[in-house]
Structure formats: structure tokens, C-alpha cells
Write a protein that binds this ligand. Structure first.
Ligand code: MTE
Ligand code: MO
Length: 221
């Protein structure tokens, strides 16, 4: 995607550069990154569900979800494919508004985020249960575009953007931390952009083994 107008971190004013994590470039465009097709939204079939290690399962219909209190959030987005966008204004339902309505069991420490179509991503409950996490319904006062996760997308601004599941449909509370979709495919379990948690230890180890094997083969010839 080299046609995007990217600004390398090194070329930015210091005040702006300090908001851009290492290895990232700024873009003012908003690339669409989706694995698979954009799901069709059917309001009568849509629900948001909290399940797993909870005292009682909770479910909101589209109508009920829209009656929850709203909040706005301006956040930065950092994608593992090396682009960042600053000052994105979203509004929607804060995650804490949801968590306040769910009795999560004390042993729950992780959350599997479930999204359409068959997308998952794993988070520590402590990363989700924060004052900057949002279930976004609007971007710049307009309904969130379908390709960016409309009608509803999770935002976890402090982590790489693959943790911000588009077309989010529920939280599953867990006492274990199984990998979600990208995490199974070698992405990092935690994904802090400031320490460049891009790919998992496992992947690095596998890659090291492959490199070592390749080197052995070369030497053996
Ligand atoms: N449901 C779902 N959510 C998803 C994805 C996806 O393929 N499906 N891609 C993730 C990845 S890898 C990125 S980088 C961001 C991209 O969001 P954007 O298309 O709005 O830029 O969405 C994340 N959320
Ligand atoms: Mo991504």
C-alpha cells in the first residue's frame, strides 16, 4: 500500500513524533484491513452478548444497545502494518458501561472478543476494563462505515489495531488466555505498540529455527 501519503516518524515535528510509536508512519487516509468479506448488518438478528465466566449471561438487542448511555472518545490508532492515525473521534458505548451491567466472576482474567464474520481476538480483562475502551457506533458524528466495522466496533487504542475488532458481537470472559484469530497466526498475544509487540515469541522462535535450519543446510553443502 505504498500509495498512501505516509509521513515517517523521523520527519515529524517532535511534538507529533512523540505520539507515534517506533516503526510507525503517519497517514491521514484510513486504510481498510479486513480478513474476508464485510458482513451484512441485519438489525433484527444483531445482538451484543456477554458470556462465559459471568454470574448471568447478558444480551442486548440492537434497540436495547442503542438505549445505553453514549460517550465520545478521541484516540490514536496504530496498525501493525506500520501506519498510525492520530486524533480519531469516535462515539458509542464505553466498555465500562457494559461491564457495569455484567457480574463477571472473580476468576475471569481474560476476554475473548467475538466478532463477525468468525473473527476473534484475546485481551487481558485489565486492558479491556479501562476508561479509554469503546464500543464505537459513530466516527466524526456519522454512523461508522461498514468497512471500518459498522454498525459497532471495539476500540482498544493502547494496543495494535487488530485487537480493535470490527463488527463486534460479544465478550467471553475466561480464566485462560487462548489466542484469537491473528494471535493463532503468529501475532502477539498482548500487542503493545510502544514496545513493538508485533509478533509472538512463538513465531520468532519458529522463524529462528527456520533460519537456523537454512543456515545448517547451507553449511552442509
Ligand atoms: N471483525 C474483524 N475485525 C478486524 C479485522 C478483521 O479482519 N475482522 N481486522 C483487524 C485488523 S488486522 C486491523 S489492522 C483493523 C483495521 O481496521 P480498519 O479497516 O478500520 O482500518 O481491524 C481489525 N479488526
Ligand atoms: Mo492489521
Amino acid at each position: 500500500m505504498s500509495f498512501w501519503p505516509f509521513q515517517r516518524r523521523e520527519s515529524l515535528d517532535p511534538g507529533v513524533a512523540k505520539r507515534v510509536p517506533p516503526g510507525q508512519s503517519l497517514t491521514t487516509k484510513w486504510p481498510v484491513l479486513t480478513y474476508g468479506a464485510v458482513p451484512r448488518f441485519n438489525p433484527s438478528a444483531w445482538s451484543f452478548r456477554c458470556f462465559g465466566l459471568v454470574e448471568e449471561e447478558q444480551r442486548w438487542s440492537w434497540t436495547e444497545f442503542n438505549q445505553l448511555p453514549r460517550t465520545s472518545l478521541t484516540c490514536d490508532m496504530h496498525c501493525v502494518t506500520h501506519w498510525s492515525r492520530l486524533d480519531n473521534r469516535f462515539s458509542g458505548v464505553s466498555v465500562r458501561e457494559i461491564l457495569a451491567r455484567v457480574k463477571v466472576k472473580p476468576e475471569a482474567r481474560y476476554v475473548m472478543v467475538h466478532a463477525d464474520p468468525d473473527y476473534t481476538t484475546n485481551l487481558a480483562l485489565a486492558d479491556l476494563d479501562d476508561d479509554d475502551t469503546l464500543l464505537a457506533l459513530e466516527y466524526d458524528d456519522q454512523p461508522l462505515a461498514p468497512e471500518h466495522g459498522g454498525p459497532c466496533r471495539l476500540l482498544v487504542p493502547k494496543l495494535y489495531l487488530w485487537k480493535s475488532a470490527k463488527w463486534v458481537r460479544g465478550f467471553e470472559f475466561l480464566d485462560v488466555n487462548p489466542p484469537g484469530f491473528w494471535e493463532q497466526n503468529g501475532y502477539h498475544m498482548h500487542a503493545d505498540p510502544w514496545t513493538e509487540e508485533r509478533y509472538s515469541e512463538q513465531e520468532t522462535h519458529a522463524m529462528q529455527q527456520m533460519r537456523a535450519e537454512a543456515a545448517r543446510k547451507l553449511r552442509g553443502r
